[in-house]
Design a protein around this ligand. Structure first.
Ligand code: SF4
Length: 387
């Protein structure tokens, strides 16, 4: 969901970084236990040092829900993360995203109307016994659709276990919004690439017709027909992360050529070709744990967001940690949460005003909780590799 953030009052432009940092610390003291600040691993250091808890999106939302004294959760992440925190929190808790324009390009690639269109074709037209699985990096409406249609959420840590569960419930899975996590996970489970097809919502929408009784547009050329669907075990939504999508096979080849002793460690949101070239692939928590536990002197080329890579490098001066890419792979939307917006949101809370509250309607919440509960009932999230 793309939201508009109105400009901040001019006084915030005049503040130095030190002034903002002092003011934020002061507002935190004033609000005390009424306030919890959550900071995602990809957040910039200037902001994350004010976080009471750091982690990945689901872990943070779960931690937020456990803070029984908190009235306000300020989520230094992106929009879908704040939605998840609201879904899991008591109704009295207000979840705040300091900059409304901090969305997620991947989550925005799956819109509920497009999923309903796809469902009509895949289930009604093709007769697929289909279980919808959504990565937690998706809008609340998508999670609710999965909850309402017998499906579940998954994280990059537990995607395999959720898919294994899904195949006990139906013959096929539609996995959204990240085609790469879906493909990498299904392939690691032994499902060949030719039993996976890609559904392209954009091409379908541009075609301007509901698919009933017609063939449907497939990603990269060709058409997705009922026969394709019947042959497939996994239908991958054509979505991706704009950050992890920047890593390439050529970068892996260059590391192999220039530094043969360096291990390549990537997130499963990277393309299949990149994951195949890597030594290890796993969730953000897996990446952190792997570097933490590696011996001094080890060398790592990491395929994930640059702030996390820099943080790992500075925490481990006895190891050589660098980005797999020569370019800066930055989550530009999360980067919009800066000191200025954090201070503004806290100033408003101290003044008794709640700004930028992210609120999920009760019915969407109820169904999204179902999808999350099915995930949690079937798996214990663990930082495991998928290769
Ligand atoms: S890193 Fe990718 S998936 Fe994560 S918030 Fe940014 S755009 Fe979304």
């Amino acid at each position: 969901m793309i939201l508009f953030q109105p400009p901040l009052p001019p006084k915030y432009s005049a503040l130095t970084e030190d002034e903002m940092a002092l003011a934020i610390a002061e507002r935190k003291r004033t609000l005390g236990s009424r306030l919890v600040i959550l900071g995602h691993h990809y957040q910039q250091d200037e902001v994350i040092r004010f976080a009471d808890f750091t982690g990945d999106s689901l872990k943070l939302s779960q931690i937020g829900a456990q803070q029984k004294d908190a009235e306000f959760i300020v989520f230094c992440g992106v929009h879908f993360m704040a939605e998840s925190a609201d879904i899991l929190s008591d109704d009295r808790v207000k979840v705040i995203l300091p900059d409304l324009s901090a969305g997620c390009s991947m989550a925005d690639m799956a819109e509920i109307e497009d999923l309903e269109t796809a469902w009509d074709f895949l289930v009604d037209e093709c007769g697929a016994n289909l279980i919808p699985i959504t990565y937690v990096n998706s809008a609340a409406s998508i999670k609710a659709f999965c909850g309402g249609h017998g499906g579940a959420c998954c994280t990059s840590s537990n995607a395999r276990k959720v898919l294994e569960w899904a195949f006990t419930q139906g013959d096929k899975v539609i996995f959204l919004p990240d085609q790469h996590l879906g493909r990498n996970t299904a392939y690691a489970m032994g499902i060949p690439l030719d039993r996976m097809v890609v559904y392209d919502p954009k091409t379908q929408r541009a075609a301007g017709f509901r698919p009933r009784g017609r063939s449907i547009a497939l990603a990269n050329d060709g058409q997705l027909t009922p026969d394709h669907v019947r042959n497939a075990r996994v239908i991958l939504w054509k979505g991706h992360c704009s950050v992890h999508g920047l890593f390439t096979e050529a970068q892996c080849n260059e590391i192999r050529r220039s530094d043969p002793g360096c291990k390549i460690l990537v997130h499963p949101e990277c393309k299949w070709e990149v994951v195949q070239k890597a030594d290890l692939a796993g969730s953000t928590e897996f990446i952190i744990r792997t570097v933490n536990e590696s011996p001094p002197g080890s060398r790592w080329a990491i395929g994930t967001e640059i702030h996390l890579v820099h943080r790992l490098a500075s925490q481990h001066p006895d190891k050589a940690v660098r980005s797999l890419a020569g370019i800066q792979c930055l989550c530009t939307t999360m980067y919009r949460i800066d000191l200025r917006h954090l201070l503004w949101a806290l100033d408003e809370l101290v003044a008794g005003r709640v700004v930028n509250q992210i609120k999920v309607d009760p019915e969407t919440k109820r169904l999204a909780v179902l999808a999350l509960q099915r995930m949690l009932a079937n798996v214990a999230p663990q930082p495991v590799a998928i290769k």
